[in-house]
Write a new protein. Structure first.
Length: 495
C-alpha cells in the first residue's frame, strides 16, 4: 500500500486519544447501532442466508486458487469488448498509469466514483501533484474531501461527522471547489443532500474523464460491476467519454451465475437493503455518440501486496472481503476508537488483518493492528463470506512477536520479530515449558494461590502496558486441580 496516514501513531496511542472524544463516540455509536440493527432484520428475511454465505466463501476460495487463470480470461474478455487492460504491481505504478492516461486525454479534472482501491494507492494525491483535480462524487466522500479529512469507515466514510459539522463544512468549503452552498443552509438531511446535488451536477455535466473502482469483475464476459445507493456512480460511469477503472485483482468472480450470490449478500450486509438502488454494469466501450457509456475504457488491475497475501495459507482469506463493512458495525473496538485510529483506508476488523498483510508488519502501526481487537468473534459471525478474522488476527500476532517465513514483494523472506515484544516472547516460552511439565505447573499454581494477597494490582516493567488497560484477574484461593481433588477425587485418581 502507499503507506499509513501521515503522522499517525500506533493503534494503542491513536485509540487512547480517540476514546476521549465524546462527540466522535456519540456519532459512531448512533451510526453503527442503527446500521447493525437494520442489517440484522434484512438478513433475517432470508431463510437460506447461511447457504448463501457458504456459497460466497466457496466461490471466493475457488477463484483465489485459480486467480491466474481467471485474470487472463478477464483480460481477454475486456480486450475483446474494446477495453484496454493495464497491470500495476504496486501503488506507484498504478498512479503513474492513471496519471498518464488522464494526461493523454488533455483534461485537467476527473470525477470519481467511491473507490477503496484508489484511496489505498493515494491516487487523488498523485493526480493533484500532476496538476489534475479529482472530484469525489459520493456524498460521504465529498464531505471528507471538502473537510480536508480522512475516511473513517468503508461504507460511510464520514460516519464520524454529524449533520451540524457537515453543514459547516459545506458552507465554508463548497465555494472553493465549485458551486457554493445555498444561503441559509440548515442541517436537515434534505437540504444537505440538495446542496451536494447542485454542487456536483455541474461537475457531472462538464467532466470528460471518470475514474472508478469496481465491486466485482466477471471473468467470462469482461463485465465490471459497481453497486451504490445515490446514483452518482452511474453518472460517472455513463457521462464521461473516457472511463478508467482501478481494481484490485481479488475482485474477480468467474461467471455471471457467481455474481448472483453476492448481489444478494452485499446489499443486505452493507446498507441493509434487499437490492442496491443502483447496480451498474459495463462491458467494454460503446461506439456511438448517442449510446450511454464511455467510448474509451481502461482497466488498471493492481496487486499492491495481494499476491503476497495470497501466499499465506491462513491470511489469504482476507482477500474474500467484499467491502460490506458489517464487521466494523459490530466491533466494540471500532465503535469506541473510530476508523482513523487504524491508520489505513481499511479500518475496523478487516483492516486489522488486511493492512498488515498488504503493507507488511515492519512499521509500528502495522505491527500494532493485529492487537486492535478483543477477539470476541462478532466480526466473523456477520461476515457474508465467512472470513475468520479472529483466526487471522492470532496468526498475525504470532508473526509480529515471533517473526518467521513470509512473502514480501513476491519473495520468500524470514521476518524478524517486531521490537518491543521480547518480554512477551519470554513469557510465552515460559508458559509453553510449564504446560509440558505438569509438576512445575502445579507448583506454580499453588505458589500463586498462597501468595495472592501480596499480588500487585498492576504488572511491573513491560507488563504495565498490558495491565494499564485491563483489570488483573484475581488468583483463586486454590488451583482448580486441588479443588477437584478435594471435592471429587481420590488419592489414587489425583496422581
Amino acid at each position: 500500500m502507499s503507506g499509513t496516514f501521515v503522522g499517525m501513531p500506533a493503534f494503542p496511542k491513536a485509540a487512547h486519544e480517540a476514546v476521549g472524544n465524546t462527540t466522535l463516540r456519540a456519532n459512531l455509536k448512533h451510526a453503527t447501532h442503527t446500521i447493525r440493527d437494520k442489517r440484522a432484520k434484512a438478513v433475517a428475511e432470508l431463510d437460506d442466508w447461511a447457504l448463501l454465505r457458504e456459497a460466497g466463501k466457496q466461490i471466493k476460495d475457488h477463484t483465489l486458487r485459480h486467480l491466474d487463470t481467471y485474470l487472463v480470461q478477464l483480460e481477454e474478455a475486456v480486450t475483446a469488448a474494446g477495453g484496454v487492460v493495464h497491470w500495476a504491481a504496486d501503488a506507484d505504478e498504478a498512479n503513474r498509469i492513471v496519471t498518464r492516461l488522464v494526461k493523454e486525454t488533455g483534461e485537467s479534472e476527473v470525477v470519481k466514483v467511491k473507490s477503496m482501491a484508489t484511496q489505498e494507492i493515494g491516487l487523488n494525491e498523485a493526480l493533484e501533484a500532476a496538476g489534475i483535480a479529482a472530484y469525489e462524487t459520493d456524498l460521504a466522500e465529498l464531505i471528507v474531501q471538502l473537510g480536508h479529512d480522512r475516511p473513517s469507515h468503508i461504507l460511510v466514510p464520514a460516519i464520524h461527522r454529524n449533520r451540524g459539522e457537515i453543514r459547516d463544512i459545506f458552507t465554508k468549503e463548497m465555494g472553493a471547489w465549485g458551486r457554493p452552498a445555498p444561503e441559509g443552509l440548515t442541517d436537515t438531511p434534505a437540504e444537505l443532500a440538495e446542496a451536494a446535488r447542485l454542487h456536483l451536477r455541474e461537475k457531472f455535466l462538464r467532466a470528460k474523464v471518470g475514474i472508478s473502482g469496481a465491486n466485482f469483475m466477471v471473468a467470462e464476459t469482461g463485465t465490471l460491476v459497481v453497486v451504490e445507493s445515490e446514483g452518482n456512480g452511474r453518472m460517472c460511469l455513463t457521462l464521461p467519454e473516457t472511463l478508467i477503472s482501478v481494481v484490485g485483482i481479488e475482485k474477480i468472480v468467474p461467471t455471471w451465475r457467481d455474481l448472483e450470490v453476492f448481489l444478494q449478500t452485499l446489499p443486505r450486509s452493507s446498507t441493509a437493503e434487499r437490492m442496491n438502488p443502483y447496480t451498474s454494469m459495463w462491458t467494454g466501450t460503446t461506439d456511438t455518440e448517442t449510446a450511454d457509456g464511455p467510448r474509451v475504457f481502461h482497466l488498471v488491475l493492481i496487486d499492491n501486496g495481494r499476491t503476497d497475501t495470497l501466499a499465506d495459507e491462513v491470511g489469504r482469506q482476507a482477500l474474500r472481503c467484499i467491502r460490506c463493512s458489517a464487521c466494523l458495525n459490530v466491533c466494540p473496538v471500532y465503535e469506541r476508537a473510530g476508523g482513523h485510529a487504524y491508520g489505513s483506508v481499511y479500518p475496523g476488523p478487516i483492516g486489522a488483518i488486511l493492512s498488515p498483510q498488504l503493507r507488511g508488519t515492519a512499521s509500528e502501526i502495522d505491527a500494532s493492528l493485529p492487537y486492535a481487537s478483543s477477539l470476541c468473534g462478532a466480526c466473523y459471525e456477520v461476515c457474508p463470506v465467512a472470513i475468520d478474522i479472529p483466526e487471522v488476527l492470532v496468526h498475525l500476532r504470532e508473526r509480529v512477536v515471533q517473526g518467521g517465513p513470509a512473502t514480501r514483494q513476491g519473495n520468500r523472506v524470514v521476518l524478524k520479530p517486531a521490537k518491543g515484544h521480547a518480554a512477551e516472547r519470554a513469557a510465552m516460552r515460559a508458559a509453553g515449558w510449564a504446560f509440558v511439565h505438569p509438576g512445575a505447573l502445579r507448583a506454580g499454581q499453588r505458589l500463586a494461590s498462597r501468595t495472592r494477597r501480596f499480588h500487585p494490582r498492576t504488572l511491573p516493567g513491560p507488563g504495565r502496558a498490558w495491565s494499564a488497560t485491563r483489570d488483573l484477574p484475581q488468583v483463586p484461593a486454590e488451583p482448580f486441580r486441588d479443588w477437584w481433588q478435594r471435592t471429587h477425587g481420590t488419592k489414587e485418581s489425583g496422581k
